[in-house]
Design a protein. Structure first.
Length: 141
């Protein structure tokens, strides 16, 4: 059951980063994206937790390290291979986590996937930090 849950968390985190990247690239403010999605059908516990970190650009200290996601997705992919089950969404997410590791984000929160989606700086006027900011707030994993 742990693999099933962790697969969903890994894919939801990647989807959350991609949704924020799309919205920000389209000129939407991160807080607007968060508030709108949180109140709609696209919401999830992962979106609420990782999305809040993406809005605040608070990736350190990590509540769930990128390196942990790499380990977990590798284990899940191996198990799925044993079951002869294709996992196209997990495979895509796994590549994103690997890329984040290659870019030195292993100790950052998995929310830092937003950085590798091409949104390294918040839109002008947001007043938030950049990159793997070390905001002092806390969030649940």
């Amino acid at each position: 059951m742990k693999y099933v849950a962790n697969l969903l968390v890994a894919v939801h985190t990647a989807a959350t980063a991609e949704a924020f990247a799309l919205g920000q690239r389209a000129g939407l403010e991160p807080q607007q994206i968060y508030d709108t999605i949180r109140d709609g059908a696209g919401n999830s516990v992962v979106f609420e937790r990782r999305g809040r970190l993406m809005v605040d650009r608070r990736f350190l200290p990590a509540t769930a390290r990128m390196s942990m996601f790499v380990k977990d997705t590798e284990l899940i992919a191996g198990y799925a291979d044993e079951l002869n089950l294709p996992t196209p969404m997990l495979d895509t997410a796994r590549e994103l986590y690997r890329q984040a590791m290659d870019e030195g984000l292993g100790e950052a929160d998995a929310a830092a996937l937003l950085d590798i989606m091409g949104v390294r700086h918040p839109p002008a006027g947001t007043g938030t930090g950049t990159g793997t900011g070390t905001g002092t707030g806390t969030a649940e994993a």
